[in-house]
Design a protein around this ligand. Structure first.
Ligand SMILES: [Zn+2]
Length: 294
């Protein structure tokens, strides 16, 4: 499953290629992905201009001049390739290489952009991804969007917001960070990394980020800051434009090289030298340093 920073690099790559582009023919090679495509999918896209490409959690949002939004999720193995002239490029950078096999090309969108004609191809071997069309005004009520918590890279996300969300909760801090209804899209890797950076034990009580009167503690402010920081650094490491395949496949460890605790059980903590431990929390692996995370 791609993490939020990976999806953001996809968004940036697609935005480079497609912002302002006019959609031409749309071909679907099957009836759907995880779910069937919406009714008249191709004809609702054809002729529309893509005004902007946004993101909510791990959902990509293509805002069309028809007033509809193309909602897309990469699932486990989805990717977009951009084909222009004789060259192909991957939108975004992934920790694990993506398929380019034509048998898994499920949607092919022709478009006319500022730099000429291009094709955008959605490939997804496991087909856990999905696409839907929704009126922009209905987006917040879409079943996949409606229950999502605060966006960790939005201006509204800070220590005060985090304390308000976690106040009174007796779940472990790490589990609360993975609860999509509270904060959307941090994911397991970056929850571990942010807690390590903030020197906070993952087993702490989530409610402890708020004082008895509901105010944010210094730990809450520190954690919110570190969450934004780890996500921003991961996005920067993934680059911001289209990647040719040599780059995309040759450096799958680009995100991973920055991890301080994730996947490093038994290694010395880069900060204090203590041994990094792995524990299970809510069915997920948590990597942490019991010596300096309190
Ligand atoms: Zn440590």
């Amino acid at each position: 499953m791609p993490e939020l920073p990976e999806v953001e690099t996809v968004r940036r790559g697609l935005a480079d290629a497609l912002t302002g582009a006019r959609i031409g023919q749309v071909r679907t090679n099957r009836r759907g992905l995880r779910y069937p495509f919406p009714a008249r999918f191709a004809s609702r896209l054809k002729g529309r201009r893509i005004d902007s490409i946004g993101r909510r959690a791990k959902y990509l949002l293509f805002f069309l001049d028809s007033g509809e939004v193309l909602l897309a999720h990469l699932g486990m193995s989805g990717s977009f390739r951009v084909v222009r002239g004789g060259s192909e490029a991957m939108a975004g950078r992934f920790r694990f290489p993506r398929s380019k096999a034509q048998t898994h090309d499920h949607v092919v969108i022709a478009a006319e952009g500022a730099k000429g004609g291009l094709f955008v191809i959605y490939n997804d071997p496991r087909r856990f991804g999905f696409m839907d069309l929704v009126a922009a005004g209905e987006l917040e009520r879409h079943p996949r969007i409606a229950g999502l918590g605060i966006e960790p890279l939005s201006d509204a996300f800070d220590g005060t917001a985090l304390a308000r969300l976690f106040a009174g909760r007796s779940t472990p801090l790490k589990s609360a960070l993975l609860d999509q209804r509270l904060v959307a899209g941090i994911g397991n890797i970056y929850a571990c990394e942010a807690l390590w950076q903030a020197r906070l034990a993952p087993q702490r009580n989530a409610g402890g980020l708020a004082t008895a009167s509901g105010k944010a503690t210094t730990a809450a402010h520190r954690l919110a800051r570190e969450i934004r920081d780890v996500l921003a650094r991961a996005i920067a490491a993934g680059g911001s434009t289209l990647h040719d395949f040599r780059q995309a496949d040759g450096e799958p460890g680009n995100f991973q090289s920055d991890f301080s605790v994730y996947g490093r059980e038994g290694d010395p903590c880069p900060r204090c030298g203590g041994a990094i431990r792995r524990v299970a929390q809510s069915g997920r692996s948590t990597f942490h340093c019991p010596t300096c995370q309190r």
